[in-house]
Design a protein around this ligand. Structure first.
Ligand code: NAP
Ligand code: ZN
Ligand code: ZN
Length: 346
């Protein structure tokens, strides 16, 4: 066991405080990573406050991890000391079910092991990236390409892959009209990635406050959803809508913006259930779907795509003492566009 400095929520809804945690010994197939940067995802807040249900405490959140390999186990073949690497939302899965075999470990039929707020295959709670080091099986570690700065790469490990995966699956590309709902951490990555894929991108944000940013990030159009005229104007427009909104959405209103055969894909994960009028999908043969992060192979593909297109996250680098303040700003939709913790400050 190695003792590691970390930031944890001791109990639900508590402020985060400095603590220490134990990491397992580096096994034959493990790598030890010196974490340099950890992004703050809205999912960290949902879980630290038990918005999605009962959670495991103390909780060390963080599943947007970028760092450098500092030790490798005897059987490790894919990484060497000094490699720049990332870890996202999962650190293990069963490896034998149909989904694991199809590189869809995030949908592991036996349950993927989440990076934190999970129970590892060794029966011990998992602790995430708001810490100085982590030990992870090499099969759940990805390589950060040379062209990407580590701090701007960290958010790609969740915000990047969570938006890249549905954009690929639902064929964002030239000739396709894609709307992104919510311009926060996930939303700003969705805009950059969809633009790089060649789609015509529209941002649907609560207000026009961030319009200049949205257009700079690659959006072609930008509308305020608080304005009812937006829904009248855009009815039947989009092939694909990706909602990154963390609160319940008026599904009927957004479904009405889809063309025939269009899809509304929710990656935002609100704490309460939502309802809809089924005529919203019956008319126009529309699809309502969801999507969860991405597999390990696809996460590597996303990082390579981002490096090729010069895409990193827009970040605000903070010290560990500022995490609670950052949480409040995320909750107030006041993030431009991802907080990233410099773990040297832990
Ligand atoms: P975020 O940075 O807070 O962004 C969410 C954005 O949604 C806000 O910036 C805001 O954009 C909009 N929004 C917030 N409250 C709203 C409301 N009441 N009505 C309308 N719009 C609202 O959060 P994030 O880190 O991107 O995460 C977004 C959601 O995705 C969270 O629920 C998170 O848990 C979930 N998530 C899911 C996955 C997955 O695998 N499916 C992975 C990661 C995160 P505007 O200011 O532009 O309106
Ligand atoms: Zn996340
Ligand atoms: Zn599996």
């Amino acid at each position: 066991m190695t003792t590691v400095a970390a930031y944890a929520a001791p109990v639900t809804k508590a402020l985060l405080e400095r603590t220490t945690i134990e990491r397992r010994e580096v096994g034959a197939h493990d790598v030890l990573i010196d974490i340099k940067f950890a992004g703050i995802c809205h999912s960290d807040i949902h879980q630290a406050r038990e918005g999605w249900g009962e959670a495991i405490f103390p909780m060390v959140p963080g599943h947007e991890i970028a760092g450098v390999v500092s030790e490798v186990g005897s059987g490790v073949t894919r990484f060497r000391v000094g490699d720049r690497v990332g870890v996202g939302c999962m650190v293990d899965s069963c490896r034998t079910c149909d989904n694991c075999e199809a590189d869809l470990e995030q949908y592991c039929l036996n349950g993927a092991t989440m990076t934190y707020n999970g129970i590892g295959r060794d029966g011990r709670p998992t602790y995430g990236g708001y810490a100085q080091k982590i030990v992870v099986d090499e099969n759940y570690v990805v390589r950060v390409p040379d062209g990407l700065a580590l701090d701007e790469a960290a958010p790609l490990l969740c915000a990047g892959i969570t938006t890249y995966s549905p954009l690929r699956h639902w064929n964002a590309g030239p000739g396709r009209k894609v709307a992104v709902v919510g311009l926060g951490g996930l939303g700003h990555m969705a805009v950059k990635i969809a633009h790089a894929m060649g789609a015509e991108v529209t941002v649907l944000s609560q207000s026009l406050r961030k319009k200049d940013d949205g257009l700079k990030l690659g959006a072609d159009h930008y509308y305020a959803t608080a304005d009812p005229a937006t829904f009248e104007r855009l009815g039947g427009t989009f092939d694909l809508i990706v909602s990154t909104v963390s609160a319940p959405l008026d599904l009927d209103a957004y479904l009405s913006l889809l063309r025939t055969d269009g899809a509304l894909v929710n990656v935002g994960a609100p704490e309460e259930p939502v309802s809809l009028d089924l005529f919203s999908v019956i008319g126009g043969r529309r699809t309502l779907a969801g999507s969860s992060i991405g597999g390990i192979r696809e996460t590597q593909e996303m990082l390579d795509f981002c490096a090729e297109h010069g895409i990193g996250a827009e970040i605000e680098l903070i010290g560990a003492a500022e995490i609670d303040e950052a949480y409040e700003r995320v909750l107030n939709s006041d993030v431009r566009y991802r907080f990233v913790i410099d773990t040297a400050t832990i």
